[in-house]
Structure formats: C-alpha cells, structure tokens
Design a binder for this molecule. Structure first.
Ligand code: GDP
Length: 348
C-alpha cells in the first residue's frame, strides 16, 4: 500500500500525531487485524463514506476500506545528513516512503523543550529541507559513481550483477530495474533419459561451466517429463519418476533454485496445532526470523530452541532431539539456517 512517512524535528508532536491517527483508525476499521504493525508503523483506513453506501446497496458481508501505511520516522535532527544521531538511517527510511508528512511545531508550551530554543516554523522547515537536500546530493553522488562502475562492466560485456556493490549502492540504482542486475537461472531442459545424470550431457555441462562467470544458477529439468506428469494420476507419478531414476519432479528443484538466487531461506515451526514453513532472507538472525511470524516476537525475543531439520527427523521428536543434544538454545545473534526448526522460548 501507499506509504506516508511522518517526519519533523524532535518534540514537535510526531508520535502524538501518529498514535492518535492509528488509534482512531483502529476504532473505525475493525477489519485490519494488525493496525500497528510495528511500534512506528501503522495501517490506517482511508475514510470514505461512499464505501458503506455501496456495501449496503450490495449487501456485502464486509466493507474493506483503502488503506495507507503510516510510518513515524523519528530522529531527523540538524546534521542528520552528516551522520549526526542515526541520521543516515532515518534518511534512508524517508527514501522508502511515497509521501512525507512533515510535522511543524506551531504550539507554544514552556513545558515542551524546543530543540533550537524557540518556536520558529520557518527555521524548522529550513533545517529539514537542508538535511533532505544534502542527503539527496549524497544519494546522487553515490548513484553517479555506481553507474560508472556498472557502465564499465556492461561495456566489458559483463552483467550488472557481476559488479560488487554495497547495499547503499544497490539501493541507489534499484529504480533503473537493470535487466542484467536481476538474478538469473538457466533452466537446462533435457531429454528424460538425461534426468538421472544430467552432467553427463555435454550441453548441460557447458551451461554449468558458463554459469559461474555469469553469476547465474543452473537447474536441470525435463519440461516434457513435467508435462507428462500432469497427465498421470497422482499415485503413478512417483513410480514414473523412479523409472527415470529421479526422486522428485523437477519443479521442486526449480522453485528451490529461485528461492536460493533470491537469497530466500525456509525455516519451520512445528507443534500440535500446526506445522508451518516461513520464508526469510539469508543471513537473518533468530529475532528477525521470529519477526516474520509477528513483529512482537522480534521485540520480545530472548532465546530460541532450534534443531536442524535432518536432526529432528532422525530423532523423531523434540523430546528425543533434546535427549540427543541436537536441540540447541540459540541467542539473539544466531543466524537462522535453511531448514531450521524453531521453537522460541520467548513465546510458546
Ligand atoms: P515527537 O518528538 O515529535 O514525536 O513529539 P511527541 O509527540 O513525543 O511530543 C513531544 C511533547 O510535546 C509531548 O510531551 C507531547 O505531549 C507534547 N505535544 C505534542 N503535541 C502537542 C501540542 O499540539 N500542543 C502541546 N502543548 N503539546 C504537544
């Protein structure tokens, strides 16, 4: 949804405004299960009297208003663009919003300290304007130098993704949607007779040899076999695949490869109520991974009980895994691994 960021100098009433708007929004629209996504992010319904008119007319079961995401971006201070405070972090948060709501202090109140000593809206607006301008100049410089690097690679006949870039540099050129920046997978389509040992096929071998320097992944699949599988009754598919010397349909490999080039990982939660796969980014810490389930879990994270998928299957149960010593207790810095089975002790 559309994102609006609330910015302004300290003590001008940003969080007061944010909290009020989100609370009112909650009262008006019971349809949003998580009106406060994070302490500083809220979903706010866009009030529109036409909605209930229409929904009454159509006898709709429920009316779902349009919504915008409101973000309270605190921390913009004089010097932010020079890294003052957590300046650059806040500025990059502002970069992600579609529109900016700048709160300007126009109230006098001796009990509420003004950062520069007196209420002066013009001066406040100037300060923030300047910070945004400095930050944009920085951004533009980063983009320029990043584009130079990319141009050199492209002129050399190399894909843009072959250029090593920092996260800042990547963000700076994201908007160009460069085709050669996208992760790419070569799907080697082979005859069914090659499925069991694809690397014996010299063409496949060639693709595999080319892939590393083109920063691409390779997956072998037989489109024909995939197509034939769809025609078979479910029970006969495994048998058919076994007759070709493979354990599973190529689709699984394809999707896993896609996951992998996008830097995605899967971890599981499992209990009597349900077993669920969760998608996270490679390199996420345990609290970040828990935050994918619910942001409260990230905030409240203390430790997580974790067992690798293979270890869990070998043990047969969490209790058995604990006995064998493969159920580990991991803290905040733990990087979640592909296939981890998680049970955080900070929530049940
Ligand atoms: P932020 O730092 O911009 O998020 O500012 P806050 O929302 O935390 O507000 C700072 C202080 O100003 C708090 O004590 C608020 O109660 C107070 N405040 C916010 N808005 C107003 C207002 O419109 N009038 C008065 N008098 N005080 C306000």
């Amino acid at each position: 949804s559309l994102k609006a960021g609330i910015v302004g100098l300290p003590n001008v009433g940003k969080s007061t405004l944010f909290n009020a708007v989100v609370e009112n929004g909650k009262a008006q629209a019971a349809n949003f299960p998580f009106c406060t996504i994070e302490p500083n992010v809220g979903i706010v319904a866009v009030p529109d009297p036409r909605l209930s008119v229409l929904s009454d007319l159509s006898k709709s079961q429920r009316a779902v208003p349009a919504s915008i995401e409101l973000v309270d971006i605190a921390g913009l201070v004089k010097g932010a663009s020079q890294g003052e405070g957590l300046g650059n972090k806040f500025l990059s948060n502002i970069r992600k919003v579609d529109s900016i709501l700048q709160v300007v202090r126009c109230f006098e109140d001796n009990d509420v300290v003004h950062v520069s000593g007196k209420v002066d809206p013009k001066a406040d607006i100037d300060v923030i304007n300047l910070e945004l301008i400095f930050s944009d100049l920085d951004q533009e410089e980063t983009e320029r130098s990043t584009l130079d690097k990319i141009q050199n690679a492209l002129m050399d006949g190399k894909p843009a993704r072959s250029v090593a870039l920092t996260d800042l540099e990547k963000d700076a050129v994201k908007h160009l949607c460069l085709l050669t920046m996208k992760p790419i997978i070569y799907v080697a389509n082979v005859a069914e007779s090659d499925l069991a040992e694809p690397e014996l096929n010299p063409h496949v071998k060639e693709v595999m040899n080319l892939a590393p320097e083109l920063q691409s992944g390779v997956v072998t699949i037989s489109a024909q076999v995939e197509s034939e599988l769809t025609e078979l009754p479910y029970e006969e598919r495994t048998e058919f695949l076994e007759s070709l010397g493979v354990g599973e349909s190529g689709l699984g490999n394809l999707i896993r490869a896609t996951y992998s080039v996008l830097g995605l990982r899967t971890y599981f939660t499992s209990g009597e109520k349900e077993t669920k796969a969760w998608t996270i980014l490679a390199g996420m810490t345990a609290p970040q991974a828990a935050g994918v389930i619910h942001s409260d879990f990230e905030k409240g994270f203390i430790r997580a009980e974790t067992v690798a998928y293979d270890d869990f299957v070998a043990a047969g149960s969490l209790a058995a895994a604990r006995e064998r010593g493969v159920l580990r207790s991991e803290g905040k810095d733990y990087i979640v691994q592909e296939g981890d089975l998680g049970r955080s002790s900070s929530y049940s």
